[in-house]
Design a protein around this ligand. Structure first.
Ligand SMILES: C[S@@+](CC[C@H](N)C(=O)[O-])C[C@H]1O[C@@H](n2cnc3c(N)ncnc32)[C@H](O)[C@@H]1O
Length: 240
């Protein structure tokens, strides 16, 4: 049985951050209500684990940076995080949502299409990594929010296909009902993870170790929501 997730930021601090996040629109309010109704699908979570308003506001901020045009999401659920990304993109933008569960993806399409965004938006059902491998060209922002034990493989797949200055953003790198936060922190401090941690915690650990030792990436962690890793692909001097 999963333990309830640890809240990493005191409630009042999360509220401070949220006062600066863009206001959710009416569709996003509906999505939040739906997430609350669907908590029973995820043991230990009070609601369907969308990124939530605070992280959504940050996704909007990151995707609004000049030069962010092509965006790819691993694990779109019913489209909450994708909706924040879509709000940030202009008419030259392209956003690919991926979701292995067809029902979730159908809901995502319904919600996101109601936003009438200018960017070109694709909805792809199946394994996110396989879908990424079938695409061509570099992406400017990739969001990982699928299965934590699949983060290391996802990093291997996307690392060479992020544009210079592009961002790899990963959610739930500090907490989630299935993440063992204290052993994860100890592992990051010591460089080794206790052998009895679960596969999801190990996935996050291996992912964070990979991004912090990969010289092409500079990574910082945002202690909001489930904890967000933002890795900027700096590239080598002279890269385009
Ligand atoms: C945490 S939820 C995503 C929430 C969404 N990003 C949001 O903030 O609204 C994770 C989703 O990833 C999907 N998923 C898990 N593994 C996947 C995979 N390998 N490929 C595509 N989707 C996957 C699950 O079905 C689930 O809907």
């Amino acid at each position: 049985m999963a333990a309830p997730r640890i809240q990493i930021l005191p409630t009042h601090s999360e509220q401070f951050v949220q006062t600066f996040a863009p206001e959710p629109d009416a569709v996003q309010e509906e999505m939040t209500a739906l997430a609350e109704e669907r908590g029973d699908r995820f043991p230990g979570e009070a609601s369907f684990p969308t990124v939530g308003h605070t992280v959504g506001g940050w996704l909007h901020q990151l995707a609004s940076r000049p030069g962010i045009d092509r965006v790819f999401e691993f694990g779109s659920g019913f489209g909450y995080s994708a909706y924040w990304l879509a709000r940030a993109l202009d008419g030259s933008g392209e956003l690919v949502l991926t979701e292995r569960d067809q029902d979730e993806l159908d809901l995502a399409r319904e919600f996101v299409e109601r936003g009438e965004f200018r960017a070109s938006i694709r909805f792809e059902q199946g394994d996110a990594r396989s879908i990424f491998e079938r695409t061509t060209g570099d992406f400017d922002l990739v969001l990982l929010d699928h299965k934590n034990d699949e983060y290391p493989a996802a990093f291997e797949t996307v690392a060479d296909r992020l544009s210079t200055g592009g961002l790899l953003v990963a959610d739930n790198v500090m907490t989630a009902a299935i993440i063992e936060t204290e052993p994860l922190l100890a592992g990051l401090q010591n460089g080794t993870l206790s052998a009895d941690t679960n596969a999801h915690t190990r996935g996050v650990f291996e992912f964070l170790q990979a991004v912090r030792t990969e010289p092409r990436f500079q990574t910082q962690l945002l202690p909001i929501g489930g904890g967000v890793a933002v890795s900027r692909h700096g590239g080598e001097i002279g890269d385009e």
